[in-house]
Design a protein around this ligand. Structure first.
Ligand SMILES: Nc1ncnc2c1ncn2[C@@H]1O[C@H](COP(=O)(O)OP(=O)(O)O)[C@@H](O)[C@H]1O
Ligand SMILES: [Mg+2]
Length: 534
C-alpha cells in the first residue's frame, strides 16, 4: 500500500468532518500555526496532529510509512496494555479505517492528549531539582521492573516518547512495542540512537530491547543529580539527557564518560556502562542487575583517564540520531519533507513578523533564515506559542551563529507572488536550537556524505512508503487558505553572503566552484612553463 505524503495529510486534517471516520473526531479542530497550517509533530513512521473535539483533546497519529501487520500488532498491544493497571500508559484506540485521504481510507491511532511535557522539556525545567529527578529514577525503575515481569518492551524509550504530567510518567508512541505472543526479531524500527546500544537492529525486537535505554536513563539522571552542570553541557538540543550515540560507540573517546569516571559516586557505574556499550547487545543486563552490579559484561578495553583536551577526544565520525541536512542545500532538504531531521547551518537573517487572523490580536513570529528570504531557502519558524517559551528572543545578534535544530521538515511554503519557496522546521520549545562551534558544525556536516539516501531508512517497505524524493510536495496544493508572507522583491538564487559562507566551509566546494575552463587554461600555462624550463 502506498501511504499519503505529509501535504495530503495536512490537506485532509483541515477538514475533520470529511477526513475522519470517528464521529467524535469529525467534530474536532486541528491545532494550527500562525499561518493557519496544521501543526504537525514527530515524523518517524507517523505524523501526529493535536485534535480538540467537544469531548476531549487527542493526539491523532497518521502513518506515512508502512508498519507491517500494523492492525494485528496494535490489537495485541492494546489487549496487553488493558490488562495492566499501572498508569504508565495512555488510553488509545487503533482505527483501521480512521482517515480518508484522497479516496483512500487509512489507519490512525487516536490517543488521549497528555497535558504535560515530554521528558526533554521537563528536564529543561527540572534538571536542577534533585528530588524531582530522584522520583523520575524511581518511576523508571518501576517501569523497567514491570516490563521484565510482563515480558513487554516499548522499543523506543527516549525524551520524545516519555511524558511527565504533574511529575508522573506516561509513555506514548506504541508503534514499536513488543508484547508476549508477538514473534521476536520481527521489528520495524530501531529507536532513537542516543538511547540505544550501538548493535540495536530491527531484528533486536523482543522483550529486553529497552534494557539499554533504562540503564542510560538511570545513569544520566543520577549523574545530573550529582552534577547539574552536565545537563546544559550535554543535552544535545533536547535530544538526549547526557549521552549520545557517539559516546556508546566509542566510550574511550567520550567527553561525558570521562566526566563520569572522574566522579567518585559515578565511577564504577560509568565503567560498567562503558563495558555494556562495548559488549554484544545480548549481554545487556536488566536495570536491576546493573544497579546491583550483577551480570556486567567484562570490559573489553578499560577506559583510561586521559589528559587530552576534550576537543581532541573524537575519534569516530558523527553519529546522528536523524538524517543530517545542510541548511544551504535546499534540494536535499526538499527530499526530506515529512521526515524528522537534524538541520545544521549558519544563521543569515532573523526576520520577525506578525499576522492577524480572525478577531484576536496580531500574533508575532520569527523566521531564522539560512539564506536571503527572497530565494528558495531553508529556515527555522518560531510561531507565537514557541516564542512565548524562548528565554532569549532571536535577534540580529544571532546572525553568524552555527546552529543545529532537530525537527520535522515541514511542507514548503510557496509564495507565487515573490516566486520563492521556503522549507522550515518549527521550533516549539526553548533549547531546541543548539548552538555549535564551526568545527563541530563541520564534523556533523561531513557525516552527510556517508548517510543513507532519503526515504530509505533501512526498513522493510520504507522504499515503497513515500515518493517525496521523486515528487516533491508543495504547500500550494496543501493549503486551501491563501496565506502570504510579508516581504517584497523577486526570487534570487542565493545571497552572496550565503555563497561565501558555503565556500568558506568546505575547500572541496570551493574547488568545485572553479569553472572547468579555468582548470584547462591553468593546465596549459603550467605545461608551457615546464616546456620552457627544460
Ligand atoms: N498523547 C499525546 N499527548 C501529548 N503529546 C503527544 C501525544 N502523542 C504525541 N505527542 C507529542 O507529539 C510528539 C511525537 O509523537 P509520537 O507519537 O512520539 O510520534 P513519532 O512516532 O513520530 O515519534 C511527542 O514527542 C509529543 O510531543
Ligand atoms: Mg515518538
Amino acid at each position: 500500500m502506498s501511504y499519503p505524503q505529509i501535504t495530503e495529510y495536512h490537506e485532509a486534517v483541515q477538514h475533520p468532518a470529511q477526513a475522519f471516520i470517528d464521529p467524535d473526531l469529525k467534530q474536532g479542530t486541528v491545532a494550527e500555526n500562525n499561518l493557519g497550517l496544521p501543526l504537525v509533530m514527530s515524523g518517524g513512521f507517523a505524523l501526529t496532529y493535536a485534535v480538540t473535539t467537544p469531548r476531549r483533546k487527542c493526539a491523532v497519529r497518521c502513518f506515512h510509512r508502512e508498519i507491517p501487520a500494523i492492525q494485528q500488532k496494535y490489537d495485541s498491544i492494546s489487549k496487553k496494555l488493558r490488562s495492566l493497571t499501572n498508569g504508565f500508559f495512555v488510553d488509545f484506540d487503533f482505527q483501521q479505517s480512521g482517515i480518508s485521504v484522497r479516496q483512500q481510507v487509512l489507519p490512525i491511532v487516536r490517543m488521549d492528549w497528555v497535558d504535560g511535557d515530554t521528558l526533554g522539556v521537563w528536564l529543561d525545567k527540572h534538571f536542577d531539582d534533585p528530588r524531582a529527578l530522584e522520583k523520575a529514577r524511581t518511576d523508571f525503575a518501576a517501569i523497567a521492573r514491570l516490563f521484565e515481569r510482563e515480558g513487554i518492551a516499548h522499543g523506543d524509550i527516549q525524551n520524545g516518547n516519555v511524558m511527565l504530567t504533574n511529575g508522573d510518567i506516561k509513555l506514548i508512541d506504541y508503534d514499536g512495542m513488543f508484547v508476549p505472543g508477538m514473534r521476536p526479531g520481527n521489528g520495524s524500527e530501531t529507536g532513537h540512537k542516543h538511547f540505544q546500544h550501538p548493535d540495536r537492529r530491527v531484528s533486536s525486537f523482543g522483550p529486553g530491547m529497552d534494557r539499554f535505554s533504562f540503564i542510560a536513563l538511570d545513569l544520566s539522571l543520577k549523574a545530573v543529580i550529582e552534577d547539574r552542570s552536565l545537563y546544559p553541557k550535554f543535552r544535545e538540543g533536547g535530544e538526549t539527557i547526557i549521552f549520545k550515540a557517539n559516546d556508546f560507540a566509542d566510550p574511550q573517546n567520550s567527553a561525558v564518560f570521562r566526566r563520569l569516571l572522574a566522579m567518585p559516586k559515578l565511577k564504577e557505574q560509568a565503567r560498567n556502562f562503558a563495558a555494556i556499550c562495548e559488549a554484544p547487545l545480548a549481554a545487556v543486563p536488566t536495570l536491576e542487575e546493573f544497579l546491583a552490579g550483577y551480570n556486567i559484561p567484562a570490559a573489553k578495553t578499560p577506559i583510561k583517564p586521559s589528559s587530552a583536551p576534550e576537543t581532541k577526544l573524537r575519534a569516530t565520525a558523527y553519529i546522528a540520531a536523524y538524517p543530517v541536512v545542510d541548511a544551504l542545500n535546499f534540494s536535499a532538504a526538499l527530499q526530506r519533507v515529512g521526515d524528522r531531521v537534524e538541520l545544521i547551518g549558519r544563521i543569515v537573517e532573523v526576520k520577525p513578523g506578525s499576522r492577524k487572523r480572525g478577531k484576536g490580536p496580531a500574533k508575532h513570529y520569527v523566521f531564522i533564515n539560512f539564506g536571503s528570504w527572497r530565494g528558495n531557502i531553508v529556515k527555522i519558524s518560531i510561531w507565537s506559542d514557541g516564542l512565548a517559551k524562548l528565554k532569549e528572543r532571536p535577534s540580529n545578534a544571532w546572525i553568524g551563529r552555527w546552529v543545529s535544530v532537530t525537527g520535522l521538515m515541514d511542507v514548503p511554503y510557496e509564495s507565487k507572488r515573490h516566486g520563492y519557496k521556503h522549507l522550515s522546521i518549527t521550533v516549539q520549545e526553548d533549547g531546541q536550537i543548539q548552538q555549535l562551534d564551526e568545527r563541530e558544525a563541520g564534523v556533523r556536516l561531513a557525516s552527510i556524505s556517508t548517510a543513507p539516501p532519503p526515504r530509505d531508512h533501512g526498513l522493510p517497505g520504507a522504499d515503497r512508503s513515500g515518493t517525496a524524493a521523486a515528487e516533491p510536495p508543495f504547500a500550494a496544493n496543501a493549503k486551501p487558505k491563501d496565506v502570504r508572507l510579508r516581504g517584497r522583491g523577486i526570487a534570487r538564487k542565493r545571497t552572496s553572503r550565503a555563497t561565501a559562507q558555503e565556500a568558506a566551509r568546505s575547500p572541496q566546494r570551493l574547488l568545485a566552484r572553479i569553472p572547468r575552463w579555468m582548470w584547462v587554461v591553468g593546465t596549459i600555462i603550467v605545461l608551457v612553463m615546464l616546456h620552457r624550463m627544460y
